[in-house]
Design a protein around this ligand. Structure first.
Ligand code: NIG
Ligand code: FE
Length: 416
């Protein structure tokens, strides 16, 4: 069901976590708050008693939220949502002691998902990706990044990016696409990694020209691509004018973050093995640290990302699901808030900023992530008293309503 309120609309009788910079209260919390929405934008946000006369006097349609909590729409800034098949069998192998790297080296891992993705029809890929996106959306996601990287040929990478774009047209959320051709070496290029990099450097301009690419990513790791190889992809991205991000220091310190920051990376992601030099480079570049507790948990990692150093140097920390079939089959961004607190010791406020303000920055989207006049009217209404509960509950969906560009797109079936 879609509610299409007339503009402007006053949403009132709510606690609003604005997350505005420099707010005097934690979370920028306003206890008795109100939002005025005009079209796709927020016209006014503040305490109800401070409502300008026109709005208070009833020129707006009014929606009473009954004291519920309002936050910015959540942003999942790192996913691999478009793929065929599952890797549940690999999960079982890992439970028997096989490592993620050993499975990848033996030709499983990403390559097995590439085979399943190539074999799936486009309709099937879209149907699967839509179902996954809807899970995320039901828990408050209004902006979603989707990487390619399970096609690994021009035609298949194009198809995955087209599916991601189609998803953004069919569902009421923003989809940002990232080209991740340098995810793994496809078997047809075995022993010829440099030739494969040559190939993806011919695909990228074509895909960008077709409007399919918003950013460029790579997997810089001993089981994937070297810094020298990633540099070639990033140099091309810079020439085309596309921003970069990097799967960096997930399994070892390859100096990936330092490299990515030379190219002004929007974000460096994973970062369990990030060292001092990497942190300093991220500070200088203003790069966001995207932490992925789902992959950390699912791979049973023990090396923690350097949270204290990131905090000390004010590196903005974002969180994402990293949804993918191998290392993070996670379809709840709220669960990532809890895991970031329990596993990485983030505070609940850091966790909420990580999936709003900082996730927006990781995607280069300054028009969202906070609730303030002029921002996109993407917000969520939660059956909660306080924003720290977003990190607290496990396995419950407290999301009552999801509003995207001013339209309520998802009244939740659960109203607990
Ligand atoms: O972000 N690390 C590289 N890529 C994914 C995993 C991909 C897979 O195992 O299929 C990640 O964890
Ligand atoms: Fe990833």
């Amino acid at each position: 069901m879609t509610i299409a309120p007339a503009s402007p609309t006053l949403w009132h009788n709510c606690r609003v976590a604005t997350l505005q910079a420099g707010a005097s209260s934690p979370y920028g919390l306003i206890d008795d708050g109100a939002l005025v929405v005009d079209g796709a934008r927020l016209l006014w946000v503040g305490a109800r008693q401070a409502l300008p006369g026109d709005f208070a006097g009833g020129v707006c349609q009014r929606i009473d939220l009954g004291g519920a909590l309002v936050t910015p729409g959540l942003i999942d800034c790192h996913t691999h949502l478009v793929y065929g098949g599952t890797r549940a069998d690999e999960f079982e192998q890992r439970l028997q002691g096989a490592s993620y790297e050993a499975i990848a080296r033996a030709g499983g891992g990403i390559r097995s998902t590439v085979a399943a993705t190539r074999a799936a029809s486009t309709d099937e890929l879209l149907r699967l990706a839509m179902a996954r996106a809807q899970c995320l959306q039901q828990q408050g996601v209004t902006t979603l990044e989707i990487k390619s990287g399970y096609g690994l040929s021009l035609a298949h990478e194009r198809r995955c990016l087209q599916v991601a774009r189609a998803l953004g047209q069919r569902l009421p959320l923003t989809v940002r696409t990232t080209f991740l051709g340098a995810h793994a070496l496809p078997s047809e290029y075995e022993g010829r990694a440099d030739d494969y990099i040559d190939a993806i450097c011919t695909w990228l301009p074509e895909l960008a020209h077709e409007g399919l690419v918003d950013a460029v990513d790579a997997f810089c790791e001993h089981i994937a691509f070297s810094p020298v190889q990633v540099r070639r992809v990033f140099e091309l991205a810079r020439t085309i004018g596309l921003p970069v991000k990097l799967h960096a220091e997930q399994l070892s310190d390859q100096g990936g973050a330092v490299l990515a920051c030379e190219f002004g990376a929007l974000s460096c992601d994973h970062l369990e093995y990030l060292g001092e030099a990497g942190v300093r480079a991220m500070v200088a570049a203003g790069s966001v640290a995207v932490l992925l507790p789902g992959a950390f948990y699912f791979l049973r990692e023990t090396k923690l990302p350097p949270i204290a150093a990131l905090r000390q140097h004010d590196v903005p920390m974002a969180l994402a699901t990293d949804h993918n079939p191998g290392s993070s089959p996670v379809l709840s961004l709220l669960l990532m808030l809890n895991m970031a607190c329990t596993l990485f010791r983030l505070t609940p406020e850091e966790a909420l900023r990580a999936v709003t303000v900082h996730a927006a920055r990781a995607l280069g989207l300054p028009d969202r992530g906070t609730l303030a006049a002029g921002q996109r009217a993407d917000f969520c209404v939660w059956a909660l008293d306080h924003p720290n509960e977003l990190s607290y509950w496990l396995g419950r969906n407290p999301c009552q309503t999801v509003v995207v560009a001013g339209q309520a797109v998802l009244p939740s079936p659960i109203t607990n």
